[in-house]
Design a protein around this ligand. Structure first.
Ligand SMILES: Cc1ncc(COP(=O)(O)O)c(C=O)c1O
Length: 375
């Protein structure tokens, strides 16, 4: 029963081939925001148990093979980074940014069943689906050419729908252009229109781990007016399994919690069974890097983004990026280039994201290929 399972020689060759292909693709994976530079091998022994973080990370659980204590520490660290008010926040480690956004929008909808969610056309594709799933009324707003929300459209649309509480879905770093919606401006518009009740969810999938570590961050967190925040764990920090965190104001969450006898826990999370590894990976990463390690990752990634932007422009490829962004945007590359490089194009643009597995040499090679592939 406890014997190590054996693969046939042919199956073993398949696995070896997969590892070789991942090793080869790693350096060409420059278009998606997933850091490939990490080492979690010290945690491999934990694959021997079916651990599960079912239930609320702050409550008791009948399932005692869990990493809830590690999860609470991770959440505490993220709450500090997001400037959540001491003792007034709640959260959990999610399966990724999408679940965190779903949770924030779920809390908002429970608070404001008649609310309307406003999101810009540059918002991640999964958000429209989440809104459909939970039957939340929503309106897609225009974006500015730089990817930021069009505040004039927001003001005018809010004015027309003054009777319904607004749920603002703010992008803290859009997927394609890395644009940050200005929470101060959004709050200013809500105040100007004398809107008495509203909710702001911040989708900080990638930039939520950048902005706490730069000198001049755009306003993005609880102190800037967010009511809930979602951050991906596998993006800037990097992890072999997708994971993320969601944080929300405790008083809002308390209104929607339910106690479930079977699991001996509060049913506050969206998923029932939850990964015990996501919290463990995030804990390990934060502990081994420390604040100085994460700050260094962010500093180097921004420096590399500046390098890429500058070299692309020098090569005649018009490239640009937002302040504090590691997303370098340029015209959609020719199809031949995307056969070799893993790029995520959308419409007439493409981008590279300069996370730690990307190097100056990789960027130089990419630019040379780009120049060659141009008609
Ligand atoms: C802005 C933004 N929001 C949400 C997501 C979804 O996050 P995840 O892939 O972690 O579910 C992404 C993913 O790229 C994103 O860029």
């Amino acid at each position: 029963m406890n014997q190590r399972p054996q693969l046939s020689a042919a199956d073993q060759r398949r696995l070896d081939g997969l590892a070789a292909s991942f090793g080869d693709l790693r350096k060409r994976n420059i278009g998606y925001p997933c850091n490939q530079d990490f080492d979690y091998s010290e945690l491999a022994p934990f694959f021997a148990w079916s651990a599960n973080n079912i239930g609320d990370p702050f409550g008791p659980s009948n399932y005692r093979l869990n990493t809830l204590g590690f999860e609470r520490e991770v959440l505490g660290e993220f709450a500090r980074l997001a400037q959540a008010e001491e003792g007034q926040w709640w959260g959990y480690v999610t399966s990724g940014g999408t679940e965190g956004n779903m949770y924030g929008l779920y809390v908002a909808r429970e608070l404001f069943p008649d609310g309307i969610c406003y999101f810009s056309e540059d918002t991640h594709y999964s958000v429209a689906k989440v809104l459909r799933l939970q039957h939340t009324r929503s309106i897609m707003l225009k974006s500015q050419p730089n990817g930021e929300l069009d505040y004039t459209d927001l003001r005018e649309t809010l004015r027309i729908h003054r009777d319904a509480p607004p749920i603002i879905f703010a992008n803290i770093g859009t997927t394609m252009k890395g644009a940050v919606d200005n929470l101060a401006t959004v709050r200013g518009i809500l105040a100007e229109l004398a809107i008495p009740a509203s909710y702001i969810h911040a989708d900080a999938a990638l930039s939520g781990m950048i902005l706490p570590f730069v000198d001049e961050p755009q306003p993005w967190n609880f102190s800037a007016g967010a009511d809930s925040i979602s951050i991906s764990g596998h993006k800037l920090l990097g992890s072999p399994l997708p994971c993320g965190i969601v944080l929300a104001k405790k008083r809002n969450v308390e209104r929607i919690a339910r106690s479930i006898e079977y699991i001996g826990a509060l049913d506050t999370t969206i998923a029932g069974s939850r990964s015990a590894f996501g919290p463990l990976f995030l804990w390990y990463r934060l502990r081994t890097l420390g604040t100085s390690g994460v700050t260094e990752i962010v500093r180097r990634s921004l420096e590399l983004a500046a390098f890429a932007e500058e070299r692309m422009n020098a090569a005649g490829i018009p490239a640009w990026r937002h302040k504090n962004s590691v997303t370098v945007v340029f015209p959609r590359p020719p199809a031949a280039l995307m056969e070799k490089w893993i790029i995520a194009p959308k419409g007439n643009i493409g981008h590279i994201i300069t996370l730690p597995h990307v190097t100056e040499n990789i960027i130089t090679e990419f630019i040379a290929d780009f120049v060659k592939a141009r008609p």
